[in-house]
Design a binder for this molecule. Structure first.
Ligand code: FPP
Length: 242
């Protein structure tokens, strides 16, 4: 990865991606859905590596949602095994390339081996600052806000927090994403125009790009074009133009 930025200041610092279309990509080739997930996992590295040149400091990707447990047992088990293999295989390269990896989502339902690999990768890359890659795994925004609210209520109940001091900032501090800036740009592949319970609170002012490309066909060129067009838009955060 090179350290220079091709996109002028004003480009998105935090891009979040809903990587959709793996199943359809595989089915179009007469292959099982997991074949598409494996092809999709291979795409992640290329996009992470293109971030520094584009001035993208934070990349957050949706790998497994709280709703994805409803898929067949074969697909869920295959995805969990893919995550374990991905972390084991990619750890060294991510670390050497200066990527800081974090996971968001509820770890309680995940298998212990996977959670320990996640913890290990977070620890191993904790000193990195070139790109901040956040992988949403067993993540759902409503679940995240519920868990945050529960912890906040516990603070109130124990007398550490006055209800009068509960503000947007307070709640934000209890979210899984508390150390991350809000996403500037959210991309969803595969032609579906939905946000599927992804970073709902955090993306209140984000720009959205819904593109037809299926995730395994997503390339660094497409990513660069989307990042480039973002720079041409004006974000007003509810205010009127100056
Ligand atoms: C949605 O496609 C994709 C997922 C539910 C899994 C996303 C996982 C990956 C891209 C691979 C693993 C990622 C990492 C970080 C190792 P879909 O199955 O819903 O596709 P469809 O809409 O065509 O059925």
């Amino acid at each position: 990865m090179s350290g220079t930025s091709d996109i002028a200041d004003g480009g998105p610092k935090h891009v979040a991606v809903i990587m959709d279309g793996n199943g359809r990509w595989a089915q179009a080739r007469g292959r099982p859905r997991l074949f598409g997930h494996h092809a999709g996992a291979k795409r992640v590295r290329e996009i992470v590596e293109s971030c520094p040149n584009l001035g993208v400091k934070y990349l957050t990707i949706f790998a497994f949602s709280t709703e994805n447990w409803k898929r067949t047992q074969v697909e869920v088990a295959g995805l969990m095994s893919l995550f374990r293999r991905y972390i084991t295989k990619e750890a060294r390269a991510l670390c050497d390339e200066g990527v800081r990896v974090r996971f968001i989502g509820d770890r309680v339902q995940l298998d212990r081996k996977l959670v320990s690999l996640m913890d290990e990768l977070e620890g191993m890359t904790a000193h990195n600052d070139r790109v901040h890659l956040t992988i949403a795994l067993n993540y759902g925004s409503r679940d995240e806000v519920s868990r945050a609210t529960k912890r906040l209520a516990e603070e109130v109940a124990s007398g550490n927090l006055d209800p009068a001091d509960v503000t947007e900032e307070t709640l934000t501090k209890f979210l899984d994403t508390r150390v991350l800036p809000d996403p500037d740009l959210v991309i969803r592949t595969s032609g579906e125009a939905r946000i599927s319970n992804f970073l709902l609170w955090q993306s209140a002012y984000a720009e959205y790009e819904f593109i037809d490309t299926l995730w395994p066909d997503f390339s660094s060129e497409i990513f660069a074009n989307l990042v480039g067009s973002y720079g041409k838009r004006e974000r007003r955060f509810g205010a009127v133009p100056a």
